[in-house]
Design a protein around this ligand. Sequence first.
Ligand SMILES: Nc1nc2c(c(=O)[nH]1)N[C@H]1C(S)=C(S)[C@@H](COP(=O)(O)O)O[C@H]1N2
Ligand SMILES: [Mo]
Length: 396
Amino acid sequence: MESTLLSMDRRRWLQMAGAGVAAGFAIPAWLRSQDVAPAPCFEHKDLLVRTPSPPNGEPALPSLMESWITPVKHFYVRSHAPTPTIDTKDFILHVEGLVNESRDFSLLELKEKFASKITTATLTCAGNRRTEYNAMKQVGGVQWQAGAIGNARWTGPLLADILKSVGVRPEAKHVWFEGLDEIEKGDSVIPFGGSIPIDRAMKKDASAPLLAHSMNDKPLAPEHGFPLRSLVPGFIGARSVKWLGKIVVSDRPSPNHYVATAYKLVTESTEKAWQAADPLYGFAINSVLCKPSAADIAKGKTIEIAGYALPTGETGATISRVEISTDGERFQTAELDKTSRPYCWRFWRGKVKISPETEAVWVRAFDSQGGVQPATIDWNLKGYMFNAWHKTAVGS
Ligand SMILES: Nc1nc2c(c(=O)[nH]1)N[C@H]1C(S)=C(S)[C@@H](COP(=O)(O)O)O[C@H]1N2
Ligand SMILES: [Mo]
């Protein structure tokens, strides 16, 4: 149950939380309640299961349109190993590397000693829309359609504040995140790792990375990283490391497989190709028609369509225009939803006439920083960053 104080002014209260403790306030019950892990939710979510174990699933596209903030039951899950069970009493976040002082933080310390921030940000897998590459050449990996994306409210201390508290040394260039999961890779077992450039790590604006303990004002579900995950607005989902156990400040990107090899754009699997490619960071501009589903688009009628559009993630851009077409050549402007923020998707809707000859409906997006969704995109081995104009075939 929420206290009146919090429902009245939760945001301000959270911002004051650090100071509040010093002044003798108690930590609110809903923060304390996070010391107990919520029940696993994957099997109760309303998702299309891509792999049952490890848990991977995405919502049917029309359900994404129900709310700008995606409820947890419709929020995609992407895991490389089974969900670890973490007892918060034993939980420690270890911070080391190019810092003045290595430190261990308990969960309560992270909540009590640092001001909490609430950030709304869209998380999307670099593999979202991967199946659309298959028309060019088959790609491996989880066969995502366009639902590996969701928008949530994330709460937690700023990464920048944690780093400042341990003192970042001038040689620092990257910040590594390491998860507490155990992924079988060949003969060894490795954690999931991510890393981000130091300038992004130290941000305090809307792009500021969080160490999030809450999603949509509730403790993180086990599948989404309970009790703590990094959350990097604007970056591909892989940089938002779940079950975060360790942070390393370094002069180079993480050597973890998911930074050094996976999540790069290559066309062949050779050591040379992997080494030459840079890790992916910001997500790409994109847009997708979510509603109605292709099977429900009737010919010979004017229909209402709706979907999401995502601005480029590197720059603080917002979606400025979305266009729709029934021939892939002549486009009309769609109506944009009022709610628009950098690092977040924007909903759009429009009306199109589906004639007996109409074969498909196309959508493409533009953002405030000059981001333009391309008509086509080159194939890559792992099927990342698919963002060509979205085409929904009708009458099939
Ligand atoms: N520890 C850990 N963190 C992880 C992953 C993982 O498998 N293990 N998957 C990453 C990927 S690829 C994505 S897209 C997001 C998905 O977050 P979600 O499952 O909460 O939607 O988490 C990222 N963080
Ligand atoms: Mo991902």
